[in-house]
Write a protein that binds this ligand. Structure first.
Ligand SMILES: Cc1ncc(C[n+]2csc(CCOP(=O)(O)OP(=O)(O)O)c2C)c(N)n1
Length: 334
């Protein structure tokens, strides 16, 4: 990919729907992700955006960085609002009061809004089968309010509410596995993505928009302010997150798992965690402890790929073996 000017315009919309001039911190991974997401979605969309960095930095009255219809909603109800917009448009189209234009509805929220306060609304909206895309921008803490822990903060990380000290190693709990919780809802499409892999992210957004029914995208958003990392390391950190297995890039399309980046041998934990001041207090044995867990989880993911692959299904059929787990058929739009 030597000449980006020749290569990229063929794949990407040159127009911006999330414009420059917003007020994010230097090196913010979330804004890179939003720019890519919006290029992939285009303008035929209505966004519901929960309170959080993405909303704060993009909409200081009377300015806005959004060139598409955009609704700011509270922390806890972004999925409820998005599902209401989708249901409302469907009803109006049915009555002939609105022309059928296949407008997509998308909810955007941070990990605090998704994993904690807005979780109930998200579970309800996807369970009801609304045709919408939910994007969680995971910067792994409540960042815009001053770096408080969320249930998506990784084990050992320092935040203002999980400070390390004599009695503590920082965050005491393991990161809540939101993509897998969404898979358990049996929705048509779930994927993780990172702006450090733009073409992978853009493809996943297109797939999420195209499926009929709820789709969930979990996007890693490196946050130099909260992670205590250098702004110029943002893209590298996103790559290391995937290559170390901490944030595996995978998708579950109609129940079938695919790992989009399996490096074979996972990179050592210290390459990834070592670039972040929030893990500076951890000792080598702590890194080993985290690495063990990461490797176990990656193995589980590989096993799910095998279990849901066509080849495996075919061989089970041939030997008339029953699958170990229940049916993984995805919930489709009602
Ligand atoms: C019910 C409720 N609780 C708390 C807040 C205060 N608050 C606003 S944004 C925010 C943090 C949001 O965290 P996250 O969703 O991870 O977004 P980020 O700021 O990291 O982008 C909090 C706690 C609120 N607005 N409403």
């Amino acid at each position: 990919m030597e000449n980006l000017n020749i290569y990229v315009p063929r794949l990407l919309d040159s127009r911006e729907y999330f414009t420059p001039g917003q007020r994010a911190c230097q090196g913010c991974g979330e804004t890179v992700a939003l720019r890519q997401i919006m290029k992939s979605v285009g303008r035929n969309v209505i966004l519901a955006n929960a309170t959080g960095c993405s909303e704060i930095i993009s909409s200081p009255f009377p300015q806005t960085a959004w060139l598409v219809p955009w609704i700011h909603v509270a922390f806890e109800n972004v999925a409820a609002v998005a599902s209401g917009v989708e249901a409302g448009m469907k009803a109006l189209e049915r009555k002939g009061a609105l022309p059928k234009r296949n407008v997509k509805v998308m909810a955007i929220a941070g990990d605090g809004a998704t994993a904690d306060i807005g979780f109930q609304a998200l579970s309800g909206a996807v369970e009801r089968g609304h045709n919408f895309v939910y994007v969680c921008l995971d910067n792994e803490a409540y960042m815009n309010t001053g770096i408080q822990r969320s249930s998506s903060t990784p084990f050992g990380a320092m935040t203002t509410t999980s400070p390390p000290g004599r009695m503590s190693k920082g965050q005491k709990t393991w990161k809540k596995n939101l993509p897998e919780i969404m898979v358990a809802h049996e929705i048509p499409y779930v994927a993780t993505a990172s702006p450090s892999y733009p073409f992978d992210l853009i493809r996943k957004v297109k797939r999420a928009v195209e499926v009929d029914g709820p789709a969930y995208l979990h996007v890693l958003a490196v946050c130099p302010t909260g992670w205590r990392s250098a702004g110029e390391e943002t893209i590298r950190l996103g790559r290391l997150a995937a290559e170390s297995g901490v944030f595996p890039l995978y998708e579950v399309d109609q129940g079938k798992y695919t790992i989009n980046l399996d490096p074979g041998e996972l990179k050592p934990m210290k390459e990834y965690l070592g670039l972040q001041g929030r893990f500076r207090h951890l000792k080598p044995e702590d890194l080993e402890y985290i690495e063990d867990r990461v490797h176990t989880n990656f193995e589980k993911l590989r096993a799910k790929v095998r279990m849901t692959s066509e080849e495996d299904k075919a061989s089970r059929k041939a030997t008339k073996q029953k699958p170990k787990k229940g049916k993984t058929a995805a919930r489709s739009k009602k």
